[in-house]
Design a protein around this ligand. Structure first.
Ligand SMILES: [Zn+2]
Length: 268
């Protein structure tokens, strides 16, 4: 049981030029039911920041809305990564487990990943530089984009969080017990999104990446990285669909905003 709030924003696509030609063509040929350029999200980042950790959507339902995305698991039991249709839990102990359809997530965003643009980046880059360079290739900051970055990473620092028990602490307190994993020379994928500034409170404004190794044995929420070269694929998702929890803690939360400091702390 969930409410579906649906907002479509496709009318200005034609202005965005040749880089998005594939996207425009898809809009013209596919009806809404077939449209794969929808970012589907369950719950909101502010609800998660306030400790709404009970799963509100099954992995099976997420799978119906996408093959690519990120989130977390029921009770905050690890980081969630979806890539190439596989859904993986990266636990606090660093182990990676395929997630069963009956398991649930308190917060997640997924889409079907269809690359609109592929760019090759080289030169030494940390996470900040990588993000700036990808930004140069986004046609506008005012859309959601799914972004996949593949490469061999000289280093990645990633974290996961332990499962929480009631009464749930705020996320800023839960991440105080995070585990940080250091990967060296691992081939893998960054899976994540660009969220426009106007969606503050709904998702993480700017970039949010999770990492998973090619052999699916490690990963986590990305804190920093070092990269020599990378293939970046960008999928613009002009449609946005959000499903809000109808039970659990969500209805009683004060979601009037003002959680920017909490967000800045948990993201780094
Ligand atoms: Zn994360």
């Amino acid at each position: 049981m969930s409410k579906h709030l649906y907002a479509a924003a496709v009318c200005t696509l034609v202005l965005l030029g040749a880089a998005l030609a594939g996207c425009v063509a898809a809009e013209q040929s596919a009806g809404p039911a077939e449209d794969r350029d929808i970012l589907y999200q369950a719950s909101t980042i502010d609800a998660l920041l306030l400790g709404a950790y009970d799963g509100c959507i099954s992995i099976g339902e997420l799978r119906a809305h996408g093959d690519f995305g990120i989130g977390c698991l029921h009770k905050l039991d690890g980081e969630l990564v979806a890539v190439d249709g596989g859904f993986y839990q990266i636990r606090h102990d660093g182990t990676v487990h395929p997630v069963a359809d009956v398991e649930t997530a308190p917060f997640a965003a997924v889409t079907f990943f269809d690359s609109d643009e592929t760019i090759m980046l080289d030169g030494p880059m940390n996470l900040t530089v990588l993000q700036e360079r990808v930004l140069e290739h986004l046609p506008s900051e005012n859309y959601f984009y799914a972004i996949r970055i593949d490469g061999t990473f000289p280093s990645v620092e990633a974290r996961s969080v332990p499962a929480q028990e009631r009464p749930y602490p705020r996320l800023v307190d839960a991440v105080a017990d995070q585990s940080v994993f250091s990967f060296q020379n691992e081939t893998g994928s960054l899976v994540g999104f660009w969220t426009p500034a106007f969606a503050e409170g709904i998702n993480v404004p700017g970039y949010h990446f999770h990492f998973i190794t090619d052999d699916r044995t490690g990963g986590g929420h990305v804190l920093d990285l070092y990269l020599e070269e990378a293939e970046v694929q960008i999928d613009m998702t002009p449609d946005f669909s959000m499903s809000l929890p109808t039970g659990g803690d969500f209805p009683g939360l004060d979601l009037s905003g003002g959680l920017q400091e909490d967000l800045a702390t948990v993201e780094r």
